[in-house]
Design a protein around this ligand. Structure first.
Ligand code: FAD
Length: 472
């Protein structure tokens, strides 16, 4: 492992943070022959995503989905089993997968001659980064370019303090020692709904409290309505238009004070675990930004112009700057910033960053929602196709949901694709490619898709834009 024992060393690029932004930037720098170091203060590489985000949550979503299917879905297929939950084993397999993934990044660092400098990085002035190791040893790296990739952290809820095992953030909810009887999730965003789904499938009663009068802000409203119906059918309860104003720890759990967002009488909700999932905020603690004259904006994000901060030679990528707080966005930022540093062209189109909720069925989308198009006064056409009319979905008894294609009324260019259905997250890739190539709905409609696959629903929705859907 190219783990550097540096007291002073000089680099073309020093990256602070070893998450999807930081590690991809470091690897790309190595590939382009730049001398690169990545500073990470965790014991493992991979950042939020690999350690306490995307990957452990998907491990639990996968296992809990199979558990629920085995209990409720298999019998109808003629498979009779009585599943028994072994939560410790479920958590162990999650941790093993995470370890394999983080070790994989170490291997890629070695392969691409990237130095991993363990410790907390602090910018000490132009071209200078000081690293404090866990044992207190301090070293200084000299860098022609500094890339800030320090990511984000859970946003706390005012009046509701985190408390081990009782009031938890997403990290705590990924490692609960037992299935809660009643889990209250505060926030109906992607993380809250995914982790709420995990624990509901494993046997918890789950209530989601959301300030807005809808779930999943950012999701097309049509899709969000259908999604909420599905989650409700699965047993999740929702309290929309409600705000949590206080929490009181009791002997067996937590009592939350919940008020209507628009004002009115408060009520008490009792749960044994509360998951606060109201969003994430950029993380720049102790980063020494003042030493290069960079200041975060009002919400704590670092501004950028093509990944350049206001300081010469200091760049920023990933969750800590603007754009969707997603791992694949951070990865695209990473490649672009290093290519710019290397004198190449680097660019990311944030309109083409897809979003996925890894629920069952999955929800995925890319581009504009109907609400955004209406607000922008864009004339558009809609093609929609239900999975209940898709032969593969039908045969697999996975008929919930639909695919929807939005296309410019004048040019037919695809403006947005929205899918709720089995493996929607895999299907959305096709829409991203079509849109990146400036594709029209007719392009997708006339491209041969394999039969029988769920992806035919996307083709049929594209055909629907011009009204020639055939399988409805
Ligand atoms: P991070 O991954 O946060 O990495 C930043 C790293 O910098 C951290 O490891 C931190 O320790 C380190 N660091 C910070 N400051 C310093 C310092 N001064 N010195 C040294 N090191 C420092 N995104 C998806 O795209 N798909 C998903 O399915 C998904 N699921 C998620 C599920 C959960 C539960 C959560 C919490 C997040 C999920 N995300 C998902 C979001 C995703 O994890 C983030 O968007 C992504 O990790 C951002 O990458 P990043 O490199 O910008 O920051």
């Amino acid at each position: 492992m190219a783990e550097a024992a540096v007291s002073s060393a000089s680099y073309d690029v020093v990256i602070i943070g070893g998450g999807p932004g930081g590690y991809n930037a470091a690897i790309r720098a190595g590939q382009l022959g730049l001398r690169a170091a990545c500073i990470e203060m965790r014991d493992t590489l991979g950042g939020t995503c690999l350690n306490v985000g995307c990957m452990p949550s998907k491990a639990l979503l996968h296992a809990s989905e199979l558990y629920e299917m085995a209990g409720k879905g298999f019998a109808g297929l003629g498979i009779e089993v009585s599943p028994k939950l072994n939560l410790a084993q479920m958590m162990d397999q999650k941790s093993e997968s995470v370890t394999a993934l983080t070790k994989g990044i170490e291997f890629l660092f070695k392969k691409n001659k990237v130095d991993w400098v363990r410790g907390r990085g602090r910018i000490a002035g132009p071209g200078q980064v000081e690293v404090t190791a866990a044992d207190g040893a301090v070293s200084t790296l000299t860098a022609k370019n500094i890339v800030i990739a320090t990511g984000s952290e859970p946003t706390p809820l005012p009046g509701v303090a985190f408390e081990d095992g009782k009031v938890v953030d997403s990290t705590g909810a990924l490692s609960l020692p037992a299935v809660p009887k009643h889990l209250i999730v505060v926030g109906a965003g992607i993380i809250g709904l995914e982790l709420g789904s995990v624990w509901r499938r494993l046997g918890a009663q789950v209530t989601v409290v959301e300030f807005l009068d809808r779930i999943s802000p950012g999701m097309d409203a049509d899709l969000a309505k259908a999604f909420q119906r599905t989650l409700t059918k699965q047993g999740m309860a929702f309290k929309l238009g409600s705000k949590v104003t206080a929490a009181r720890s009791t002997k067996d759990g937590v009592e939350l004070t919940v008020e209507p967002a628009a004002g009115g009488a408060a009520e008490t909700l009792k749960g044994d675990v509360v998951l606060v999932a109201i969003g994430r905020r950029p993380y720049t603690e102790g980063l020494g930004l003042e030493s290069v004259g960079v200041a975060p904006d009002k919400r704590g994000f670092l501004d950028n112009d093509h990944f350049r901060t206001s300081a010469d030679g200091v760049w920023v990528i990933g969750d800590v700057t603007h754009g969707p707080m997603l791992a694949h966005k951070a990865e695209e930022d990473a490649v672009a910033v290093i290519e710019l540093i290397a004198g190449k062209a680097g660019h990311v189109d944030y309109n083409l960053v897809p979003s996925v909720v890894y629920s069952s069925p999955e929800v995925a989308w890319v581009g504009q929602t109907e609400e955004q198009l209406k607000a922008a006064g864009v004339a558009y056409k809609v093609g929609k196709f239900p999975f209940s009319a898709n032969s593969r979905a039908k045969i697999n008894h996975e008929t919930d949901g639909f695919a929807k294609v939005l296309a410019d009324a004048a040019t037919d260019r695809i403006l947005g694709v929205h899918i709720m259905g089995p493996q929607a997250g895999e299907m959305i890739g096709e829409a991203c490619v079509a849109m990146a190539f400036g594709g029209s709905s007719e392009d997708v409609a006339r491209i041969c898709h394999p039969h029988p696959t769920r992806s035919e629903a996307v083709k049929q929705a594209a055909m629907g834009v011009e009204g020639w859907t055939m399988q409805a």
